[in-house]
Design a binder for this molecule. Structure first.
Ligand code: ATP
Ligand code: MG
Length: 169
């Protein structure tokens, strides 16, 4: 896959068929316990415009019990969700002109051991954004999407555990 932003080999990888938008959100819900159990993860969300990266993030947040809306951070670059002991930061770097801008928006304050960062268009932050624990890559296939997942670290392996052995959500 051309957009995978790491030269490191993944420890484990697989794919999952998501037939419709509901399946994408359900996949996020399935991943949500990992956010609680394994904070500190950097998750890259790859895929073309409109492939479901935000929909997947919405599923994760709803699965965690977030009751509010989940908007695309296209213009704000980052949306933060902090409640109880949960800290989730959702980035969309599509409009980032220069990776150095990540320093200005305070990436070091978001990327902490107790937070999970989900990043759309991570290539735009290349060189500043740290390497991922997990890459989730959504590709159009027929009327649905194929999700390719890769875990690059032991933390990422734990994160991806709910998708192992699944063919379809
Ligand atoms: N598995 C699926 N099959 C078909 N349609 C889907 C699937 N998952 C999501 N969609 C649809 O695709 C669109 C995805 O929009 P979304 O905003 O999540 O994309 P995105 O990847 O975040 O795009 P952008 O890069 O513009 O932020 C929505 O219209 C959603 O209903
Ligand atoms: Mg999006």
């Amino acid at each position: 896959m051309s957009t995978v932003s790491t030269s490191t080999q993944s420890l484990i990888e697989g794919q999952l068929w998501l037939p419709d938008a509901d399946a994408t959100e359900r996949c996020g819900v399935r991943l949500s316990p990992a956010v609680q159990r394994h904070p500190g993860a950097m998750i890259y969300l790859h895929g073309d415009l409109g492939m479901g990266k935000t929909a997947l993030t919405r599923g994760i947040l709803h699965g965690l019990g977030w009751q509010g809306t989940v908007k695309s951070p296209t213009y704000t670059l980052v949306e933060g969700y902090e409640w109880d002991s949960m800290r989730v930061f959702h980035f969309d770097l599509y409009r980032l002109a220069d990776p150095e801008e990540l320093e200005f928006i305070g990436i070091r304050d978001y990327d902490t051991a107790d937070a999970v960062c989900l990043v759309e268009w991570p290539d735009k932050g290349r060189g500043v954004l740290r390497s991922p624990d997990v890459i989730l890559h959504l590709v159009e296939q027929g009327a649905g999407r194929l999700l390719h997942w890769h875990a690059y670290t032991p933390l990422g392996q734990q994160w991806i555990e709910p998708l192992k052995g699944e063919q379809q959500v």
